[in-house]
Design a protein around this ligand. Structure first.
Ligand code: BGC
Length: 685
């Protein structure tokens, strides 16, 4: 009897296979047409909005951007996709499921330190794993074509080689935890204005040499589990519908083995998306499922094309922690990860000016100016925002390190910042806007100069998804900011005291008109939740700065070759919101909105300005240290190159080595901390 029961059970099991790593073909055979369509369409916005009704799946991780659909009878679970790139973006909820706020992408790239970036990726991957997330929607790695792109803070560089290498390190880090990545936004999503409708017009040489190159490097080097197709059109075709881009280039030429997920778009031409090899449509609408079923039945979509996408979804699913029934703890080690965030933050900060002001010596009482000194901007807005457990402000960081703050100034700022109306106005998708800078009367500045040892003045900028930055009062400083710098520098210098400006920004700003005024300028970027501590690590000399710019800082916006072919303030706030949410505005043929010509071609960043820095404020690769180094290049018989770096100064420090061929970056490396007199050989290409 028992034997008969067992064989019946076995028969039943054989009839409905369950998904495993080696039976994907069999599962595809078993799936009904509707089930197949369900698998390539996300389950809706339920997790993101934490509303069960908005999704075909239960809310598993509140605040996660999306999930796939399950097919329970075949053992196919729903997997969870969650944003990055500066941390895992989920909602903490009542159980306090916070995620570490790491520094933004631009800072990470300025570290030129693939080990640090890999460590950040690993920590982030671990948080995803422990909170039940299967894929992090990061890294963001669009090329920084123009300094005004609203999402540049998420991206790495104006150079595709550096972008590709940093992205590879990030992907390796995350995926070392058994969690996937999504390299985004593929491709040429270099502006936020009308990002769902804009047509980027780029010649093929420029495309391949610049805009695709970084993606090619990361695909070949690190095999990300997924690639995210962008919102925009490329040369007249939506990237999400481009078979040339998603199949011919990405898979056939570069050998990409993973899945392509659409950026969070509602309706495109569904048939074209599937046929192009856009395997997963997120966030997913029922309408798309119905369409796929109907089109296959009508013979307008080849079922074999659908099967290809289904296969890739299943191949992704079987790799995930969810499929492997990983029992996540909801308790990653946030303390350890905070330490990773702090180290990474100081690693990527760039010392732009230093006239005997830093590291701070014999400084105890500090006059702290600028709203962002008291409320640091840890990261940008939009999907790149992170629900962090806390933010260490610069004021906190100074106190933590034993400095004393000017109490009168602190209370003036506190009062000003208690009024929400003093925040900058404007569109913010998710996250917090910056403060409108407060003017400080000269008497107050003078009395601070008399009683304090030094002044630190923080300037800040905020930007994010759905809108590009403006030239006035964003790229350029506004009159209040200029006045503040002038007054503080004049009054402190009058009594022989130093002034340090800290830039708490997500993108490039104008520096040429004022950088000679303070004694030092530290580019701290948006440094994540440990930012205040990390800034003080550098100011105090606990960490010797070793960041180098991953993008050029021009003298003036009009110097940028793409400045005439980039939207500068054309988008109104409401247009930004509607285009962000509704799938692009109607094409009215508006230059730089509906279409953008990449007329500058290869003339992006240092490829145009050169590396000498003659006509720029700070060139690509620039950054100061508290020590000095010598570099000696040698070539081996096999053509490989190495550089012997020696610390010729008196303070331990790290140096970045860059190799250029015909003016183009082809290799780089970073030393460990070298003691005075110590050398290290850095191997390059
Ligand atoms: C952004 C992506 C993000 C996605 C999911 C989109 O609006 O462009 O970067 O991953 O939303 O939140």
């Amino acid at each position: 009897m028992a034997a008969i029961l067992a064989s019946l059970l076995c028969l039943a099991q054989n009839k409905t296979p369950r998904l495993g790593e080696s039976n994907i073909d069999e599962i595809i055979q078993e799936l009904t047409l509707r089930e197949k369509a369900c698998l390539v369409v996300g389950s809706g916005l339920g997790n993101m909005l934490d509303i069960r009704m908005m999704s075909s799946e239960p809310v598993k991780v509140s605040g996660a951007a999306g999930t796939t659909r399950s097919v329970e009878r075949l053992g196919i679970p729903s997997i969870v996709l969650s944003d990055g790139p500066a941390g895992v973006r989920i909602k903490p909820g009542r159980k306090n499921h916070f995620c570490t706020g790491f520094p933004v992408g631009s800072l990470l790239a300025c570290s030129w330190d693939t080990e640090t970036v890999e460590a950040v990726g690993a920590a982030m991957g671990n948080e995803a794993l422990e909170y039940g997330v299967d894929v992090i929607l990061a890294p963001g790695m669009n090329l920084m074509r123009n300094p005004l792109c609203g999402r540049n803070f998420e991206y790495y560089s104006e150079d595709p080689y550096l972008s590709g290498k940093i992205a590879s390190a990030f992907v390796r880090g995350v995926q070392s935890q058994g969690v996937g990545t999504s390299v985004k936004h593929f491709a040429v999503n270099s502006q936020e204005t009308n990002r769902l409708g804009n047509n980027a017009i780029v010649d093929e040489e420029t495309l391949r040499e610049l805009y695709l190159k970084g993606f090619e490097i990361v695909v070949k080097e690190a095999q990300p589990w997924t690639v995210m197709s962008s919102y925009n059109k490329l040369n007249g075709e939506y990237t999400q519908e481009s078979r040339w881009l998603l199949t011919e280039v990405l898979r056939e030429e570069w050998g990409f083995e993973g899945l392509v997920v659409s950026d969070w778009t509602f309706m495109r031409n569904t048939v074209a998306q599937i046929a192009a090899g856009n395997d997963l449509l997120e966030p997913g609408l029922k309408k798309q499922i119905n369409q796929i079923v109907r089109k296959v039945r009508k013979g307008e979509l080849d079922e074999s094309q659908l099967d290809i996408c289904v296969r890739r979804v299943l191949e992704l699913v079987v790799k995930t922690p969810t499929f492997k029934n990983y029992e996540y703890s909801n308790a990653p080690d946030l303390k350890v990860h905070a330490a990773v965030a702090r180290t990474a933050a100081s690693d990527g900060m760039v010392l732009l000016e230093n006239r005997d002001a830093l590291p701070m010596e014999e400084v105890r009482n500090i006059a702290l100016f600028g709203c962002a000194s008291y409320e640091l901007i840890p990261g940008g807005t939009g999907s790149g925002n992170v629900n962090r457990p806390y933010v260490v402000n610069l004021s906190d960081g100074l106190v933590n390190a034993g400095y004393r703050l000017d109490g009168q100034l602190s209370s003036i700022y506190k009062k000003y910042m208690s009024k929400k109306s003093n925040r900058r106005k404007g569109y913010v998708m998710v996250g917090q806007s910056a403060w409108s800078e407060m003017s400080v009367d000269v008497e107050t500045v003078r009395s601070a100069a008399a009683s304090d040892d030094m002044a630190i003045l923080t300037l800040s900028r905020q930007a994010g998804e759905g809108q590009d930055r403006a030239v006035e009062d964003d790229f350029k400083l506004n009159p209040t900011e200029h006045q503040l710098i002038e007054d503080v520098c004049r009054e402190f210098h009058a009594v022989g005291k130093k002034v340090v400006v800290v830039l708490n920004v997500g993108g490039v700003i104008e520096t040429a008109s004022w950088k000679h005024l303070p004694d030092a300028v530290l580019l701290a970027w948006q440094p994540g939740q440990e930012g205040g501590n990390a800034i003080v690590d550098v100011l105090s000399g606990k960490v010797n700065p070793s960041g180098r710019l991953s993008m050029t800082w021009p003298l003036d916006y009009s110097d940028v070759p793409s400045s005439a072919d980039f939207p500068a303030g054309e988008t109104t706030n409401s247009a930004a919101v509607s285009t962000a949410m509704l799938g692009g505005s109607k094409d009215k043929g508006r230059r730089n909105i509906d279409y953008t010509e990449y007329r500058e071609g290869l003339n992006v960043g240092y490829r145009y300005f050169g590396l000498e820095g003659l006509n720029v404020s700070y060139p690509f690769g620039y950054g100061l240290s508290y020590t000095t180094f010598s570099q000696e290049l040698s070539s081996a018989a096999d053509g490989s190159k190495a550089v012997r770096v020696t610390n010729t100064g008196s303070i331990p420090g790290r140096e970045v080595v860059m190799l250029y061929e015909e003016g183009i970056l082809v290799s780089f490396g970073k030393t460990r901390l070298l003691a005075p007199g110590e050398s290290q050989i850095v191997r390059l290409l």
